[in-house]
Ligand binder design. Structure first.
Ligand code: PBG
Length: 323
């Protein structure tokens, strides 16, 4: 045994540990999700400290996020009413369009990303047009493409399709390019698992399916290799950024994609269930919120994601500024 080697030497002081730190977390790594509504603002029971916001509150949050150095906002719309055609998702004066315009008018240093899916706008809560209880992939594509175009018309920098329909990136890219939005990027929710960690989000956005589940389009949590297929199809269809969602239970998937497709920026979504579990444990005093959150987000970055979408973003930016 060679007794000259002592890994503890480099751990002796804060500044030494900082010097050899392999992964750093900074506010620019973070994207903050925001729920916007005209009809029912207020707290979300299943997500402590997260709110359904009015448009003017969303503008205030955008200013705070930009001041804190957070890179972007991910906007989710909650419409006044739902119907079978998701009409409010296709209205040029919908809640998301108006929010994007209002934020863009502020001229902030902030990337505005919009979620593109019909589940919060459609009466049955599925991610697409339903026939005979089945989500019709190809009938849903033009709806997603139109929704993305409307978001781009109002000034979105990035559209993020989350419906897990096959060919959705292609349909959206064609639509954006033919309507003068060649410079609007697509962040594809490429690898989105059929996960129980979305429970609190469905409470927030009112998008739980009225019947059945999302297993015919979202991925089976038992599968890893299939993620490469989803990623490669999305890259071929023109995705600019890729996403893995949820994050914490899927660090192996994040790692695999970052190793094999390192040329496309990878974003991980630290989803509602991951957030609410930490908040609940912290409230009980079982864990220290700030240190657990920083450890989780650093681990998601260490696994290989470039950015993290997280409901903790504003708190983390504040903690990082203080430290
Ligand atoms: C919409 C969508 C969902 C989430 C993001 N976009 C819900 C779902 O697919 O059921 C979940 C986000 C979260 O849990 O924080 N399709």
């Amino acid at each position: 045994m060679n007794k000259h080697h002592r890994p503890r030497r480099l751990r002796m002081t804060d500044v030494l540990r900082q010097m050899v730190q392999e992964t750093r977390l900074c506010p620019a790594d973070l994207i903050y999700p925001v729920f916007v509504t005209r009809s029912n603002p207020g707290p979300i029971d299943a997500m402590p400290d997260v709110y359904r916001h009015t448009i003017s509150e969303a503008v205030d949050i955008a200013r705070r996020a930009a001041d804190a150095g957070v890179s972007g906002l991910m906007l989710f719309g909650i419409p006044q009413s739902k119907d079978e055609h998701a009409s409010r998702a296709l209205s040029a004066s919908g809640v998301i369009s108006d929010t994007v315009e209002a934020i863009k008018n502020e001229g902030l240093n902030l990337v505005i990303i919009t979620d593109v899916c019909v589940c919060s706008y459609i009466s049955h809560g599925h991610c697409g047009i339903v026939h005979d209880d089945v989500v019709s992939n190809d009938e849903t594509l033009p709806v997603l493409a139109q929704m993305a175009k409307i978001h781009a018309d109002s000034g979105a920098d990035i559209v993020a399709p989350s419906a897990m329909m096959d060919h959705q990136v292609h349909a959206i890219r064609e639509k954006l390019d033919s309507s003068g939005h060649e410079h609007v990027s697509i962040l594809s929710y490429s690898v989105k698992y059929a996960s129980s960690f979305y429970g609190p989000f469905r409470d927030a956005a009112g998008g739980a399916p009225a019947f059945g589940d999302r297993k015919t389009h979202q991925m089976d949590s038992a599968n890893r290799l299939e993620a490469m297929r989803e990623v490669d199809l999305d890259i071929a269809e023109g995705a600019d950024l890729l996403m893995v969602k949820p994050a914490l239970a899927y660090l192996d998937v994040i790692h695999m994609i970052s190793q094999h497709r390192p040329h496309i920026p990878l974003v991980a979504y630290n989803v509602s269930g991951e957030y609410s579990m930490v908040k609940a444990a912290a409230k009980q005093g079982y864990v220290d919120e700030a240190s657990v959150v920083l450890e989780i987000l650093t681990s998601i970055r260490r696994a290989g994601s470039k950015s993290v979408i997280t409901y903790h973003a504003l708190d983390v930016a504040r903690w990082l500024q203080k430290s």
